[in-house]
Write a protein that binds this ligand. Sequence first.
Ligand SMILES: *[C@@H]1O[C@H](CO)[C@@H](O)[C@H](O)[C@H]1NC(C)=O
Ligand SMILES: *[C@@H]1O[C@H](CO)[C@@H](O)[C@H](O)[C@H]1NC(C)=O
Ligand SMILES: *[C@@H]1O[C@H](CO)[C@@H](O)[C@H](O)[C@H]1NC(C)=O
Ligand SMILES: *[C@@H]1O[C@H](CO)[C@@H](O)[C@H](O)[C@H]1NC(C)=O
Ligand SMILES: *[C@@H]1O[C@H](CO)[C@@H](O)[C@H](O)[C@H]1NC(C)=O
Length: 420
Amino acid sequence: KKYKMLLLISLLGKIILLFCFSQISLICCFFFLLYSTDEWKKRWVESKHRPDYGKFQLTAGKFYGDQEKDKGLQTSEDAKFYALSTRFKPFSNENETLVVQFSVKHEQGIDCGGGYVKLFPATLNQEDMHSESEYYIMFGPDICGFGNNKVQVILHYQGKYHENNKTIKCRINKDTHLYTLIIRPNATYEVKIDNQQVATGELEDDWQFLPPRKIKDPYARKPRKWDERLQIEDPEDKKPEDWEDFEYIPDPEAKKPDDWNEAMDGEWEGPLIPNLKYKGQWKPRIIDNPNYQGEWIHPEIDNPKYKPDPTICHYYNISVLGLDLWQVKSGSIFDNFLLTNDEEFAEEVGNKTWGIRKDIEKQWRELYEEMEKRKQEEEAKKRKEEEEEREDDIWGLEKEENEEDPEEEPGNSDRQKDEL
Ligand SMILES: *[C@@H]1O[C@H](CO)[C@@H](O)[C@H](O)[C@H]1NC(C)=O
Ligand SMILES: *[C@@H]1O[C@H](CO)[C@@H](O)[C@H](O)[C@H]1NC(C)=O
Ligand SMILES: *[C@@H]1O[C@H](CO)[C@@H](O)[C@H](O)[C@H]1NC(C)=O
Ligand SMILES: *[C@@H]1O[C@H](CO)[C@@H](O)[C@H](O)[C@H]1NC(C)=O
Ligand SMILES: *[C@@H]1O[C@H](CO)[C@@H](O)[C@H](O)[C@H]1NC(C)=O
């Protein structure tokens, strides 16, 4: 039996929101015993904003490291919007580090869909949560089509959403991956995938929250005589006197015909023949420009419009974590949600959940894929044999049972597998 739990613990002054982390302590074990399978449904609210949101189910999926501990929330219907959220005691990250961490497994082989979480203010009405509901942070993989697989880090600032300028690629294989976002009080950030840093820097540099610190000096002009030519023709180089630059010359052997009448025929011109001494067009040699001054760089000045803001990404009353997604092919499993102010603790939680089970999961995944491949090959073989039989059966005496059965079409083999 499995349950997901959500605890907010004030531990040594640290705010920790903990979810599905059974190793943690006696308190957790206690809840562990109390909760029934459907307990997660009490902690998560399904939005009713649209009547047709897709359903989540609790499962470890088709392959996993541990069938119990790897159970998570899985999107279960194709081509659906999803809107599910859970509330906790409001907190602020003012002067505190904020770590947002979760794991997601796109075991379906995701083609187009979100794999991210959102953090909302306490004012969110969960029953009416939808894609336009105001949020603070959106974080996690977002995949749609070839090459379009990035980690979104969208941060709310002064009424606007700001996307990360630095592109971070996400992992698109079928294994579980751990995503971590760290926002520090000194306005630096870090994104980790599988506990490995993939991006880091200053918030101000990688999001366009503020006008740039420096701008080009509007009064600076490139001096007219600035020499940007890397190479020039050598002014010392002169064409040699004997340089032959006529490609054709009059044939010296040709003679004006005796009966040529200039009055009637015009001036006589002998035929041209190729000049054997022709050397081509003369060009001076190219040398490095001794006066080269380099590329002119527009001098910069402090931007008068820039004002530093030490409160960037300070959020108040952070109180809801939501899964607000669109998925074409469903099957993503979300798990191990964690909000904390302790980077090291988050890493440790990652190690003790995703970290200790990833290798077993990978082995199972490979085995699973091998079995799937074999099953498909066998099915294809069977279909071919049946077709051949039908071709032999010219009198149509045998029944053609399976011809219209959509389950037999290759496109549906996935669904078939799921049912098995
Ligand atoms: C955060 O730090 C600023 C500057 O040091 C201080 O004025 C403010 O009171 C602090 N806020 C909290 C909640 O500690
Ligand atoms: C910000 O804080 C982190 C962790 O405390 C530290 O490693 C980093 O050097 C700091 N960066 C700046 C620019 O102050
Ligand atoms: C972010 O990207 C936009 C568009 O490419 C660019 O105009 C802007 O200067 C960038 N901002 C930062 C802070 O690098
Ligand atoms: C947080 O919520 C409380 C209770 O609703 C409210 O009194 C307070 O003003 C909110 N704080 C901020 C910074 O929005
Ligand atoms: C997490 O695991 C990695 C790799 O085994 C190890 O280097 C790191 O120290 C661990 N971190 C924590 C906080 O336990």
